[in-house]
Design a protein. Structure first.
Length: 392
């Protein structure tokens, strides 16, 4: 495939331009071309066309390959590369689409002659790669469809207001956000920092209450195990409680993994201590709280934003922009002779690619969580915004 390229598109070799492979392969014609240098029209091929020795099994293998060559590149033509994105028709969908378009505007003339064309909620066979899709419950259920089509997925984003405790990644999926394990570690570390900042807190061991909903989610139970182990390492005492509205006990600090619907009751039942939670999971509900309750929240956002003061759609805009920039960088490194394998190779080799305002992204085989940091936020419910307290 040196002369014709691994997609059969034809390329220059030894000063000669090899033509693209076209048409349905025919066994007899292929055999004559390989062994005798005679084309399907009966004419002799170029004198530099090599002559091969190939047995029947080898010829069968080549025919099978030629019958599918190029079919792993739907959405890819000589002039256009189609990018898919799955989005809801709401403010978050609009913000994500705008963020991705902001990235694509930086290569408006195209990448190696191909313009990037964004398709919203496309059919699977319409696009070459999927970028910055919002993962709702429906989207997560469609992961088998994505994997079956075996296209690369870059920077999928968790849906606001929905809890997802799983780190399971579809094959060829590259997440920009830290793993749930790292987010759990950050929650405990941030709680420890705040405890040390309390002037009258001389206790060697911080007392934390972990509140979650009853359920059989294996991913949640794996995360709980991780939190227990890390709390011991951090010299934090972790008391666990399955949420019930009847439970009322003032606590020093809370890590909340339960339903957003119970957030107001949890805050009312746990005294005046700080409550740590995910900005993705709890963020939308936090803005509906009375300002005094909202002020007790410390929310973990698993990525960096371009501004220290923002609303949640703006944060999603920044994350989508970062996903778009990762795609563009991988395409630039892949070159003009682009296929699925080339794109995946460049994504797996991406190291310390820095996106201003977002941070550095690194992937390698077996590690598809690209970043390792984020921000701890406070909530300004009165104005409907979040403010960065510190980065982690």
């Amino acid at each position: 495939m040196r002369c014709h390229g691994n997609l059969g598109q034809g390329k220059e070799e030894g000063g000669l331009q090899a033509p693209p492979l076209a048409g349905k392969p025919d066994r007899q014609h292929l055999q004559r071309a390989l062994l005798e240098g005679v084309g399907s029209n009966g004419q002799l091929l170029h004198p530099l066309m090599p002559r091969y020795q190939i047995d029947a099994a080898g010829l069968d293998d080549m025919l099978a390959y030629l019958s599918v060559i190029g079919k792993d590149t739907p959405g890819l033509t000589d002039t256009v590369l189609r990018v898919g994105i799955s989005l809801p028709d709401n403010v978050y969908g609009a913000a994500i689409q705008a963020g991705l378009n902001r990235a694509f505007d930086q290569v408006a003339s195209g990448v190696y002659g191909r313009k990037l064309e964004l398709l919203v909620n496309p059919a699977p066979d319409q696009v070459f790669v999927e970028v910055a899709s919002l993962q709702s419950g429906v989207q997560a259920a469609s992961s088998s469809r994505i994997e079956a089509n075996r296209r690369a997925v870059i920077g999928p984003l968790p849906a606001p207001g929905l809890a997802s405790f799983s780190d399971t990644l579809a094959q060829d999926s590259f997440h920009l956000l830290p793993s749930m394990r790292e987010q759990a570690s950050a929650l405990l570390a941030q709680a420890a920092l705040d405890a040390r900042d309390v002037a009258n807190n001389n206790r060697a061991t911080q007392q934390l209450t972990l509140i979650y909903d009853r359920g059989n989610d294996p991913a949640l139970h794996a995360l709980l195990k991780e939190l227990r182990e890390q709390a011991r390492d951090n010299h934090q005492s972790l008391r666990e409680q399955i949420w019930s509205a009847k439970a009322r006990q003032p606590v020093e600090a809370v890590i909340y993994l339960g339903s957003p619907a119970n957030l107001r009751e949890v805050l009312a039942a746990t005294g005046e201590g700080l409550v740590y939670a995910s900005a993705i999971h709890i963020g939308p509900s936090s803005l509906q709280l009375p300002p005094a309750q909202a002020a007790r929240l410390r929310l973990l956002l698993p990525w960096h934003t371009s501004s220290p003061v923002f609303d949640l759609p703006a944060a999603y805009n920044d994350a989508a922009y970062a996903a778009g920039m990762v795609l563009i960088e991988a395409l630039k490194r892949s070159g003009r002779q682009l296929g699925r394998a080339e794109l995946l190779q460049q994504l797996n080799q991406l190291r310390d690619f820095t996106i201003p305002g977002f941070g550095a992204i690194s992937f390698h085989s077996g590690q598809h969580h690209g970043s390792r940091g984020g921000q701890l936020l406070v909530v300004d419910a009165e104005h409907g915004i979040f403010k960065v307290l510190r980065s982690w």
